[in-house]
Design a protein around this ligand. Sequence first.
Ligand SMILES: *C/C=C(C)/C=C/C=C(C)/C=C/C1=C(C)CCCC1(C)C
Length: 249
Amino acid sequence: MENLSFSEYSLIYNAFSFTFATMMAATLFFWLSLKSVAPSFRPAMVVTGLVTFIASYHYLQIMLSFDSAYDVVNQTVTATGKTFNVAYRYVDWLLTVPLLLVELILVMKLARGETIKKATTLGLAAALMIILGYPGEVAGDLGTRQFWWYLSMVPFLYIVYTLVVGLKTSISAQPDAAKGLVKTACWVVILSWSFYPIVYLLPNLGVVGAFTAVEIGYSIADIAAKAGFGVLIYMIARAKSDAEGYKAV
Ligand SMILES: *C/C=C(C)/C=C/C=C(C)/C=C/C1=C(C)CCCC1(C)C
């Protein structure tokens, strides 16, 4: 296990705790707001809440695993010998990353065939990206980490391409009230997701304290990509519900 100073340990622990709280609060908000959007947008809101719910569970597990990996006595941090389980993060992403793209597709309310096609291809690409990243994340050597980074970047770039180019006609078919928001949502995905491959490479770039930077970087990115993005999905659903003349109950 990594040697950590007391401040590094505290920073990581508090980041996990804060992220856990944010994900729980976001889940409540998304699910309690269901009735403020028209029925056809509720599936998007249900999935949005599911993503933050799944993330809450995993952040609790990550926090518990981190807690058991270290002992802290008189501000001295020592590894207990128990492993800090990185798999929780990847299992979380494997479930939530495809669902985030499904949220976006659902809130766009495309034709049924189009929805299934886009959700399937984007969802599969997202799952593949996570699966290809995992062997590098748990590898001890930097060469292996770099190798899997390249492989995982292929589906990543495919997703970015689809969001920028593939969804163009679908976006221009959105009602005026939502067009700008949908575009913003695509860009929030691209920008917040770009954070992950950069954070992943920090150990390869020789950054000091890379372990701490990776854990905190992923936590910040998760908040932006799940809770922040979810708020945008909610705003799109609200704007489109209004445009359809739906009166919130
Ligand atoms: C809520 C969690 C999200 C949105 C996670 C997104 C994760 C990625 C976009 C990860 C991408 C990676 C690469 C493109 C290459 C290196 C390995 C990964 C898995 C970190």
